[in-house]
Design a binder for this molecule. Structure first.
Ligand SMILES: C[S@@+](CC[C@H](N)C(=O)[O-])C[C@H]1O[C@@H](n2cnc3c(N)ncnc32)[C@H](O)[C@@H]1O
Length: 494
């Protein structure tokens, strides 16, 4: 049956206009991934009663993989119910045909529920259905939920504050599950860090134990047909259970041919000292080198330990429009955007650029400016195609000899010492460290998105100030070449 489901998936995916796909979040799960997800549920859970939930069910591929596992492993439940929620009625006939096939093999009662899952689920929670489901399998839609929308209002009414459909679907499902029920989901890894998903992380970690996280090493391998650019993880949660070590597994793609797994102590996944509760998913090189991520713990220093601070560039251009100038004039200072930092060099001013190059220095703008000095500047947005997520630049004040201050635009992060510049050696050393492959691996562990926010950089651990200064003293300029950077880090024994 699964091969029929897979053929339907490919056909429907091919015939669905991309506009509809992205509006409805219709990216259906390939059968290999569906089978893998169905295989995650613990063996012991396949007895007694089962009420399976599949929210945003599409053509029902995930439920079918679950049902198929029941057939092939000869599981039989005392009673077996399936609730599939799907907004798009045009998918019901495929789903119905597949479910009917399984219900001819064993006693299964299934329901395909139309309408919006958020509306239906919040209504169910209000009516007291909070111990309904024993198993949940989902590939939910991904889409931002704006503040002030009906979805936000409904979610708040059941104590859920979250910013995306996928985290809303997971939260609602968790709320409706029985104790020890298991939930397998394939979702973007953006929830693992960043301020926007803080309440979701708290919600999840308060209610469930993370049992297993699977990573795909090469991006896009999962949804080749739909060329989705999200980085996804597969996660298995168990409601109300004690948190033990977490199984982390990885494979290059959805064939799972090079599947590897490791057990990592939970305190290395979510540090007990971290108020943000970032979920650090180890990356393969670190796992393979050490079998654990404890290697990196030798960098214990926080930014505070280095007496450094990080700020988002305070100049929000549209708010200060009247003070911005295309090119430097009298009484202006450089206004720096990411485009002024190109491959470890400063290119300013850029007369061709659409962005302004200068900001007037006056009583309205003074508080948004930084005084002349050496800074380490990190772009807030990298592209997925860029080799490194963190792109740091050394801002050399000699380049701007004629100016006593700078404006940093909001798409940059800037490291400073109490709103002043750093020593030359420290700024260079820090820039090299941040541009290293080591930091890139570390960063990718907890960041699934392409944004590098000040909170993320505050979360990183750093070598000592003395080590960074020593590193900076060794070099005339910050190398552009990755292997030169990594060699410097290696030589320093960092
Ligand atoms: C990412 S697809 C996954 C489909 C299916 N679970 C799978 O794995 O192939 C998400 C599905 O959720 C449906 N959907 C989107 N918004 C929804 C909503 N608010 N309520 C119910 N279903 C929704 C879409 O039509 C789509 O079929």
């Amino acid at each position: 049956m699964l091969s029929v489901v897979e053929q339907n998936r490919l056909r429907i995916s091919k015939n669905t206009p991309s506009k509809k796909k992205s509006e409805m979040g219709q990216f259906f799960t390939p059968v290999t991934i569906a089978k893998f997800m169905a295989g995650l549920f613990k063996y012991d859970s396949f007895k007694g009663s089962c009420h399976l939930l599949d929210p945003g069910a599409g053509i029902g591929s995930l439920s079918c993989a679950f049902l198929d596992r029941c057939v092939s492993e000869k599981f039989s439940f005392k009673d077996f119910n399936l609730s599939a929620f799907e907004l798009d009625e045009s998918l019901y006939s495929e789903m119905k045909a597949s479910f009917s096939y399984y219900s001819s093999l064993f006693p299964l009662s299934y329901e395909i529920k139309g309408g919006d899952f958020i509306e239906k689920a919040t209504d169910m929670i209000h009516k007291g259905y909070t111990k309904e489901f024993t198993h949940v399998i989902m590939n939910p839609p991904y889409k931002k939920i704006g503040s002030g929308t009906n979805h936000r209002y409904l979610l708040s009414s059941v104590g859920i504050e979250t910013v995306n459909l996928y985290s809303a679907f997971v939260s609602l499902a968790l709320e409706m599950m029985r104790q020890e029920g298991q939930l397998a989901a394939i979702i973007p890894r953006s929830f693992c860090n960043g301020p926007y998903y803080r309440s979701f992380r708290n919600f999840l970690l308060q209610r469930a134990a993370i049992k297993h996280i699977h990573l795909f090493e090469s991006r896009n391998s999962m949804f080749k047909d739909d060329s989705v650019l999200q980085e996804n993880v597969i996660i298995l949660l168990e409601k109300g259970s004690k948190q033990e070590s977490v199984k982390i597994s990885c494979s290059t793609d959805d064939s799972f041919s090079d599947f590897r797994e490791f057990f990592i102590p939970f305190k290395e996944i979510v540090s007990p000292y971290d108020r943000e509760r970032f979920i650090n998913i180890p990356v393969l090189p670190i796992l393979e080198n050490s079998g654990s991520i404890s290697e990196e713990l030798k960098f214990k220093n926080s930014l505070q330990d280095l007496s450094l601070e990080i700020s988002t560039g305070p100049v929000v251009d549209f708010r200060l429009k009247e003070h911005l100038r295309k090119m430097p004039e009298q009484n202006t200072v450089p206004l720096l955007y990411p485009n002024h930092f190109q491959q470890s060099e400063i290119q300013w001013p850029q007369p061709e650029s659409k962005k302004p190059n200068a900001i007037e220095r006056n009583s309205d703008t003074e508080r948004w400016l930084f005084p002349k000095g050496c800074y380490c500047v990190v772009r807030r947005i990298s592209s997925k195609e860029e080799k490194r997520r963190i792109v740091a630049n050394f801002l050399n004040p000699d380049y701007f000899n004629d100016f006593d201050a700078y404006g940093f635009e909001n798409h940059l992060n800037v490291f400073h010492e109490n709103k002043r510049g750093l020593s030359v050696a420290l700024a260079k050393g820090l820039t090299v460290y941040l541009n290293s492959t080591f930091v890139d691996d570390l960063f990718r562990k907890f960041s699934g998105h392409t944004q590098v926010n000040a909170t993320d950089l505050r979360q990183l651990k750093y070598p000592s100030k003395a080590a960074l200064i020593k590193l900076g003293e060794k070099i005339d300029s910050v190398p552009a070449n990755q292997s030169d950077i990594d060699n410097l880090i290696k030589k320093m024994g960092l």
